[in-house]
Design a protein around this ligand. Structure first.
Ligand code: PXL
Length: 281
């Protein structure tokens, strides 16, 4: 069984970060160790939230695991709580990176043209240092714009997205995948770039008329789980996009849907069936 470690916060209520990553990766048959970056009462889209920064735990956890000779097939980071812990996360990468494993960074910090409330304007430059050490990064368009300095545009065309992907890849990672890409009404998806092969790819699905918190975490967790199941990057991104859409579809159909997150739990059978179908091919 593949073992990964996910470094992101615990939002005690709110269906995001580790409370989404753990069940999804478990359902996909991947062991997921965790390094919590912070404990919050809720995600930061609630009006108020508590937050206990756990930066001082990252180095001792890493040191213990190194003493135990633990290895990981992937290191997957999401929401980091403060710029103070960026150095700890980079040192964690240095401690556990091998020739064969994969560092996946979801540079969670912004959406819809705006930084999340807990971050100041100097945070994107710090997150760029984490991206520099990744094999694959999966930003949304707002995060990509903050990382590269290129303008954030809601009207997109392929030239703009390609330019963004090239700029992202110059931060360091071999692979960059941009989410929230749309070239025509009713279609939404992901476009990606492989720097070593100098190739672009894309995948589009239905654009449902709603947006929910935590869908980026659903997408990134599924992508990591799919890669650990041996899917190619293109297939992993397509499965992640399809599962995310299915989560939104079921949330919209649920009479008791919560505003703060998607009903990813109800869509887990769909995810498992899709993965089994891939394995049978
Ligand atoms: O879903 C991303 C996310 C993760 N963790 C926390 C957040 C958010 C988005 O708002 O606030 C704490």
């Amino acid at each position: 069984m593949k073992r990964i470690v996910s470094i992101q916060d615990i939002s005690c209520l709110g269906k995001c970060s580790l409370t989404v990553a753990l069940p999804i990766l478990s359902a996909m048959g991947v062991e997921c160790a965790i390094v919590p970056t912070a404990v919050l009462s809720t995600h930061t889209m609630f009006q108020n939230f508590t937050c206990k920064d756990l930066s001082d735990q990252i180095a001792p956890i890493a040191a213990h695991w190194q003493a135990e000779h633990v290895t990981f097939d992937a290191i997957y980071t999401g929401y980091l709580a403060s710029k103070e812990q960026i150095g700890d996360v980079c040192r964690f990468f240095d401690a556990f990176k091998t020739e064969d494993n994969l560092i996946v960074v979801d540079p969670v910090m912004a959406d819809n043209g705006k930084l999340y409330p807990a971050f100041g304007p100097d945070f994107p430059a710090e997150m760029a240092k984490v991206c520099a050490k990744a094999d694959l990064i999966v930003p949304n368009l707002t995060e990509a714009s903050l990382l590269t300095g290129l303008p954030y545009r809601t009207e997109q065309d392929e030239g703009y997205i390609r330019e963004m992907l090239l700029a992202l890849s110059r931060l360091g990672p071999r692979y960059a995948a941009l989410t929230g890409v749309s070239f025509e009404g009713g279609r939404l998806g992901v476009m990606y770039y492989d720097k070593a092969a100098d190739t672009f790819g894309s995948y589009f699905n239905e654009h449902l008329p709603a947006s929910f918190h935590g869908t980026g975490d659903v997408f990134a967790s599924t992508c990591v789980g799919a890669l650990m199941n041996g899917l190619s990057l293109g297939d992993a991104l397509a499965l992640a996009a399809d599962y995310t859409v299915e989560c939104i579809r079921l949330t919209l159909a649920a009479p008791d849907a919560k505003w703060y997150g998607v009903e990813f739990e109800s869509a887990i059978p769909y995810l498992v069936h899709r993965l089994e179908a891939k394995a049978d091919n």
